[in-house]
Design a protein around this ligand. Structure first.
Ligand code: ZN
Length: 439
C-alpha cells in the first residue's frame, strides 16, 4: 500500500535558496512543456510528453544555462506530470466529463514543489541527504517502513516540507478495528457530518475563528494593493494592464506573508479535523455508507461553493478511500441519485417537496418528525444492510446494473460497493481506482 509521510524540513538559508530555485525550475519546465505541447498539437501533431522531454533535453542548456545548477529530477519530472495530466484530461473528455485542462503555473500562485527520485536521496534518522545540497534536517524521522518510492519537496507559506512516498507491505499497513458497527454519514453544511448513531459533528471552532480572521486580513492586503495602484497613478479599483509590476512595499510584503501563514493554518486545522473524523469512522465500523456528492457539480453553484470547500468534502472522500483499506472497512457509496434526504427513514414515504433549506420535516404518511441530517444518515445506513428502502432507479446508469437491481425482488440498493479487505483481485488496483476521481 502506498503511503506518504510529509515531514517539515529545517533547511539552512542556502538550502532554502536552492529549494526556491529548484521549484522555479520545475515550474519553468512545466510551462515550457505545456506551451510546446499546445503549439505542436495546434499544428496537427500529437506529441507525447516523452518526445517533448527529448526535444527539451536537446536545447535546455542553451535555453536556460542555470539548469546546470539544479538536479535533473527537478526538470525531468514535470514531463511525467504533464503526461498524467494530459491522459486524465483526455480520458475525462472521452467519457463525457468536464476535464481539467492542464494549466500554466504562475509564480507565487501555484503550489511550489519539485521531485527527487528514490535513488537520489537517502535517509538517516532525522536527516535527509538531497542531491546538490547535502544533508537537510527534518523535524521527525520517517514513520513508515518499506520500499521508498520517491520524495517531493514543497513549500507552504514560509516553511518547507518533504513528502516521502513509501510502499508499505500490506500486513504492516493494516490497522485493527476497535468496534464493528455500521454507520451512515450525511455530510452537510450546518454540521459537517451527521451520523446514523445520532451524533452530530461540528466544524472545529478554531477553523471558524481563523476564517473570520482571513476575511479581515485579505481586506487589509487588498487595501495595500489599492494604495500601491493609486501611488503608481492608476484609479481606485482599476484593472492593471497585463505585465504591470507595482513596487512592493515592506508592509505589503509582510501582509502577504501573514496571509499565507493564515491560509496554511486553516488548511492544517481542516486536514487534522478530517483525519480525526475519518480515522474514527474507519476504526469503529465494519461498514461506512456515504453519499456520492457530486462535488464538482456543487462547486459550480456559487452560493454553496464556499461552504462546501470549507468543510472539505473532497478531503473527506480522499481520506476515507485509503483508510478503509487500512482498517478493512467496507465503504459503500450511495448512488448520487439516491434520495437519502427525501425518504422517510421510518416508512419509506418520499418527500418530493423537501428543499435545501428545510432542516426539519414531518412525514405525511406516518407522522414521524425528522431532523434532516439524521434521517439522511439513517437512510444511508440502510444501504449497507438488507433493509434498503425501495426507490426508483433512474435510467441511464447502464442496462446491466438495472437488470441486477430488479433481480433483488424489487428492493433497490442503488449503491456501488467499494470493498476494503475483500478486494480479491489486486488491492493496488482497487486503491488506484478509489483515489483517482478525487485528486
Ligand atoms: Zn414516514
Amino acid at each position: 500500500m502506498h503511503l506518504t509521510h510529509k515531514i517539515a524540513l529545517r533547511p539552512t538559508a542556502d538550502q532554502a535558496d536552492y529549494f526556491v530555485r529548484a521549484c522555479g525550475t520545475a515550474r519553468k519546465v512545466w510551462n515550457w512543456a505545456l506551451d510546446e505541447w499546445g503549439k505542436q498539437y495546434a499544428a496537427g501533431g500529437k506529441p507525447t510528453a516523452m518526445v517533448l522531454k527529448k526535444q527539451f533535453n536537446a536545447i535546455k542548456y542553451d535555453l536556460y544555462p542555470w539548469l546546470k545548477d539544479i538536479h535533473r529530477d527537478a526538470h525531468a519530472q514535470p514531463f511525467a506530470h504533464l503526461a498524467t495530466a494530459l491522459s486524465t484530461f483526455f480520458a475525462d473528455v472521452q467519457a463525457g466529463r468536464r476535464g481539467h485542462e492542464p494549466r500554466f503555473k504562475k509564480k507565487g500562485r501555484c503550489r511550489d514543489s519539485f521531485y527527487v527520485a528514490n535513488d537520489k536521496f537517502s535517509l538517516d534518522g532525522k536527516r535527509i541527504r538531497l542531491p546538490k545540497i547535502g544533508v537537510v534536517a527534518m523535524t521527525e524521522a520517517l514513520r513508515f517502513e518499506g520500499k521508498i518510492l520517491g520524495a517531493t519537496v514543497s513549500r507552504s507559506a514560509d516553511r518547507w516540507f518533504v513528502a516521502i512516498q513509501v510502499d508499505v507491505p500490506e500486513h504492516q499497513a493494516q490497522r485493527r478495528r476497535t468496534a464493528h458497527g455500521t454507520v451512515g454519514v450525511d455530510l452537510g453544511l450546518k454540521s459537517v457530518a451527521t451520523l446514523s448513531s445520532g451524533e452530530s459533528i461540528q466544524a472545529p471552532k478554531p477553523l471558524r475563528a481563523a476564517l473570520r480572521r482571513l476575511k479581515i486580513r485579505s481586506r487589509r492586503l487588498s487595501r495595500k494593493l489599492e494604495a500601491a495602484k493609486m501611488a503608481a497613478g492608476f484609479t481606485l479599483g482599476a484593472r492593471l494592464p497585463k505585465g504591470t509590476q507595482l513596487p512592493v512595499s515592506n508592509n505589503r510584503r509582510k501582509s502577504t506573508a501573514t496571509l499565507a501563514r493564515l491560509h496554511r493554518r486553516i488548511a492544517n486545522i481542516r486536514v487534522d479535523f478530517t483525519h480525526r473524523l475519518t480515522t474514527t469512522l474507519c476504526r469503529e465500523n465494519q461498514a461506512v455508507v456515504i453519499e456520492d456528492l457530486n462535488v464538482k457539480g456543487m462547486l459550480a453553484n456559487d452560493r454553496l461553493s464556499r461552504a462546501i470547500s470549507d468543510v472539505g468534502f473532497v478531503l473527506f472522500r480522499q481520506q476515507m478511500s485509503y483508510k478503509v483499506l487500512r482498517y478493512g472497512t467496507r465503504l459503500v457509496v450511495a448512488d448520487r441519485w439516491y434520495p437519502s434526504s427525501r425518504l422517510c427513514s421510518a416508512c419509506g414515504w418520499k418527500n418530493e417537496a423537501l428543499t435545501l433549506k428545510d432542516r426539519e420535516w414531518t412525514c405525511a404518511d406516518c407522522g414521524t418528525c425528522h431532523d434532516r441530517g439524521f434521517n439522511a444518515a439513517c437512510n444511508l445506513k440502510r444501504l449497507a444492510t438488507e433493509t434498503a428502502l425501495p426507490v426508483a432507479r433512474p435510467t441511464g446508469n447502464g442496462g446491466a446494473a438495472a437488470g441486477r437491481v430488479l433481480a433483488v425482488a424489487g428492493k433497490v440498493t442503488p449503491v456501488s460497493d467499494e470493498c476494503g479487505q475483500q478486494g480479491a483481485s489486486g488491492q493496488e488496483e482497487t486503491a488506484e481506482h478509489l483515489c483517482s476521481p478525487f485528486r
